[in-house]
Ligand binder design. Structure first.
Ligand code: PLP
Length: 372
């Protein structure tokens, strides 16, 4: 018997995850140092200094014994998260990044043949989680201005619909959906509405406290973005205590490692520093937006996140060609032009001023050369 015959057909149909080239490999390929590469492709927090995080990790490590398992109930981290976000510890489920939280939620709600509603274009994991459980993701296209088409979403509901995934602010379009639209979905859909707020700290509002009003609402948060620890993997779901308890029953006991759990009380102590970085990101977002508008070759879309979606409008250039010319200069950005509504669009992570200056200079240089 061949292994391929044993693999579930849905898994065989998957393509390997295709991110951009790894920054270290790119450095090697171009003969540059790792520091010379600008990783503007993964929406990481480039404003918090690397050494600052190392100091916080040292603070955490000295209190930890790695010979024993992490706390399976994640009590300290949940208590601190509850205080920080103004919710209850019983309302929280921790995961190994928001990605794992999404996977856990899918396992709780999606039976084979059940449907989920996913706005397009959006973060790819919602569709993947659904498919892995033999569920059916139903895509509903965003409006031209990237707002959700709530009527179309409600019309897409069937008795088989279990969940609606709402990414707000949305990756990759960068906009936050209106409270009115999300309220309609939560009130009128009759199914679980999972609102992924990975970028909410860079936006105007969070809906996290709505979990006290709506039993079918789950809000997902990540510590990879505003807290800057993408490499340590921790995120959480917030929902009413009864549902959170049900979800926690399905989580493997040691899913969040000790260091990641311990970073939560440590980082929240430094919230002033972290929120200062959030303000810097917002300022830089405005700077880059205005520069690009003035320059005219790239059309930036307003962003409520730590990245910006831009459309290449310079004649004879495409998102793909600009991405590849930037790559030759050691700058990684994400090509999103294969997604619906995003013809010729790149997604660029926001970075401190000197990096943005270099990015803008490189773009000018490329646009000054012959198109390929
Ligand atoms: C919308 C969205 N949700 C979730 C995640 C995953 O976050 P985490 O690093 O916590 O797994 C990302 C990562 O980029 C994201 O863009």
């Amino acid at each position: 018997m061949k292994n391929e015959n044993l693999v579930r057909s849905i898994v065989s149909s998957f393509k390997p995850y295709q991110g951009e080239i790894n920054p270290d490999e790119l450095a090697k390929r171009l003969g540059l140092t790792a520091e010379e590469i600008l990783p503007l492709h993964a929406n990481e927090n480039l404003f918090i200094e690397k050494d600052w995080i190392i100091e916080r990790v040292k603070e955490a490590i000295t209190t930890l014994d790695f010979r024993s398992y992490p706390d399976p109930e994640t009590i300290e981290a949940r208590n601190v998260i509850a205080d920080h976000f103004g919710i209850e510890s019983s309302e929280i489920v921790l995961g190994n990044g928001a990605d794992e939280v999404l996977d856990i939620l899918a396992k709780v709600f999606i039976d084979p043949g059940c449907e989920t509603i996913i706005l397009e274009p959006t973060f790819g994991i919602y569709g993947m989680c659904t498919l892995l459980l033999n569920g059916k993701p139903k895509g509903v296209l965003l409006n031209e201005n990237f707002s959700p088409n709530v009527n179309a979403m409600l019309e897409a509901l069937t008795p088989k619909t279990r969940m609606i995934f709402v990414c707000s602010p949305n990756n990759p379009t960068g906009n936050q959906y209106s409270k009115k639209d999300i309220k309609r979905l939560v009130e009128e859909s009759g199914c679980i509405v999972a609102v992924d707020e990975a970028y909410a700290d860079f936006a105007d509002y969070t809906l996290i406290k709505w979990i006290h009003e709506y039993e079918n609402l789950i809000v997902i948060r990540s510590f990879s973005k505003s807290f800057g620890i993408a490499g340590l993997r921790i995120g959480f779901a917030a929902t009413n205590s009864a549902l959170a308890e049900t979800i926690r029953k399905t989580v493997f006991p040691y899913n969040v490692n000790k260091l990641a759990q311990k970073m939560i009380p440590i980082l929240t102590k430094y919230w002033d520093y972290l929120s200062q970085k959030i303000s810097e990101i917002k300022k830089e977002r405005e700077f880059l937006y205005n520069q690009l508008i003035r320059n005219g070759n790239l059309k930036p879309y307003p962003s409520q996140t730590n990245f910006m979606l831009v459309k290449v409008v310079k004649p004879n250039f495409t998102a793909k060609s600009l991405q590849s010319r930037l790559l030759d200069k050691g700058i990684l950005v994400r090509d999103r032009s294969g997604l619906p509504l995003l013809d010729n669009c790149l997604r660029i992570t926001l970075a401190p001023r000197p990096v943005n200056q270099r990015l803008l200079e490189c773009i000018d240089e490329i646009f000054g050369e012959e198109p390929v």
